[in-house]
Design a protein around this ligand. Structure first.
Ligand SMILES: [Zn+2]
Ligand SMILES: [Zn+2]
Length: 456
């Protein structure tokens, strides 16, 4: 069995990995790069011939893991795509949205190849989606290999993938969280009998303070919301549409029930609402906390989202004081609802912005997060620069495991080979340093693009 990295660079990009043994091949994830546009945003599927993959596995429905799936499926038209049912249904919703985004980017940015796929293709692709339950072993067609999925605790439906060939086993974590969030439970991963471990390394440069507790972080957020309410201002929480929107909604509901934040309206927007409908649809059927809870019905603060705004374009929110706006995207990418809203929001010193997830160093969100009070910020090329007078705070409510939790897991598994993916060079350097002390029998690999790596 050989492994090849199809991701173009060592970073969090268009994740995709190839396993090959004899004439058999499977692909793990098919992402799209969040920062690149056009063909550059795709993985490099070069070493994979047409109609040669026996199976595709999708770990979860974030864009960096599914964004190029229809492009891959066009070249592998008969290949089944295995994933959990929730991942499949959310993938469909995310990719239809992606067609709309690419269609407007074709006009705004002049990207001729967009959209890379159509709504119709997506509907046809669904015939090849095959849903599997967690922790049930099944056969990978035509290969003689076995596979199983394990809850990764990252977002609803997320899973790690185990592949067994003969007596040898590989486990690919996808994105993982080893501690419970408000909705997602902690990952339930195997630790025994894994020869090759392919692991995400997202947070290798982040050192969590020794006195950190998730409860403490929630209470800090509650204090910000209370203070802002008392000052007659509003709070903007930029969030990813999938996962973070729903986690924050339920967290605000909890804080409200506990009497830690006052009664005030909560607005969510755009794609976040569509994904929330799916979270509610699968409320009884997923491994999760609060089974049966309906976010769109049961979160008392929520103003039921109205359908407004031109098709494909972000809805315009009107500003009101003493309101929480939970808007995507989390990195405040140009053209998104949170980006446009912030341009009319951050100059008011009564307001506050609460960051609750990862922001890429080149994103507008990162620029705002690190702005000095009163600094002029250009959030988007088509908007004037604004002075940032709002209070800016950050909270560690990540959907990714900390580096220590990942390292502890790896040290428990003690694989023969460890392949590090989904992280920057600096992040992976931290893991290398730690494992040089603790894992003497393990070969540690940072795979280059297309480099064939013999597994067993
Ligand atoms: Zn993810
Ligand atoms: Zn990811």
């Amino acid at each position: 069995m050989r492994f090849r990295n199809l991701t173009r660079r060592r970073e969090i990009g268009a994740n995709s990995y190839l396993l090959e043994s004899g004439d058999h091949r499977i692909v793990l994830d098919a992402g799209m790069h969040p920062k690149e546009v056009g063909f550059d945003a795709l993985p490099d599927f070069g070493p994979l011939p047409h109609e040669a993959a026996d199976a595709i596995f999708i770990t979860h429905a974030h864009h960096d893991h599914i964004g190029s799936l229809p492009v891959l499926m066009r070249k592998q038209p008969h290949t089944p795509v295995f994933m959990t049912e929730i991942t499949g249904e959310i993938t469909s919703g995310m990719l239809h949205n992606s067609v709309n985004v690419m269609t407007s980017q074709r006009m705004e940015l002049g990207v001729q190849e967009y959209p890379l796929f159509t709504h119709r293709e997506l509907d046809e692709n669904r015939a090849h989606y095959i849903y599997r339950d967690l922790e049930r072993s099944f056969e990978v067609p035509n290969t003689g290999w076995q596979a199983s999925l394990f809850d990764a605790g990252h977002i609803l439906g997320s899973s790690g993938v185990m592949i067994r060939e003969g007596g040898s086993t590989l486990f690919y974590t996808g994105d993982v969280n080893f501690e419970p969030q408000t909705i997602s439970m902690a990952a339930s991963f195997p630790t025994e009998g894994i020869d090759v471990l392919v692991i995400e390394t997202t947070r290798g440069t982040y050192q969590r303070p020794a006195d950190y507790t998730r409860k403490g972080e929630k209470e800090r957020l509650a204090t910000l919301i209370r203070d802002t309410f008392d000052a007659n201002g509003s709070v903007l929480i930029p969030v990813f549409a999938l996962g973070k929107t729903q986690e924050v909604m339920l967290m605000l509901h909890e804080l409200h029930e506990e009497g830690l934040i006052p009664s005030m309206p909560l607005h969510i927007g755009g794609l976040g609402t569509k994904i929330t409908v799916l979270y509610d649809h699968y409320t009884d059927r997923a491994r999760r906390n609060y089974p049966g809870f309906q976010l769109l019905e049961d979160v008392k603060m929520l103003i039921r989202p109205e359908k407004r705004g031109r098709r494909g374009g972000p809805r315009q929110f009107t500003y009101q004081p003493r309101t929480v706006y939970c808007l995507s995207s989390g990195m405040m990418t140009e053209g998104t609802t949170s980006n446009q809203f912030a341009a009319r929001f951050i100059d008011n010193p009564r307001n506050a912005v609460a960051f609750v997830g990862y922001t890429d160093p080149e994103s507008p969100g990162y620029r705002l997060r690190h702005a000095k009070p009163g600094e002029k910020i250009k959030l988007s090329p088509d908007l004037p620069a604004v002075e940032a007078h709002a209070r800016i705070e950050s909270y560690d409510l990540s959907a990714h495991a900390t580096r220590e939790q990942i390292a502890d897991y790896v040290e428990k598994v003690r694989p023969k080979k460890l392949i590090m993916v989904h992280g920057e060079e600096d992040s992976q350097a931290w893991f290398r340093a730690r494992f040089s002390e603790s894992l003497h029998g393990t070969e540690i690999i940072q795979p280059e693009l297309h480099q064939p790596i013999d597994l067993w």
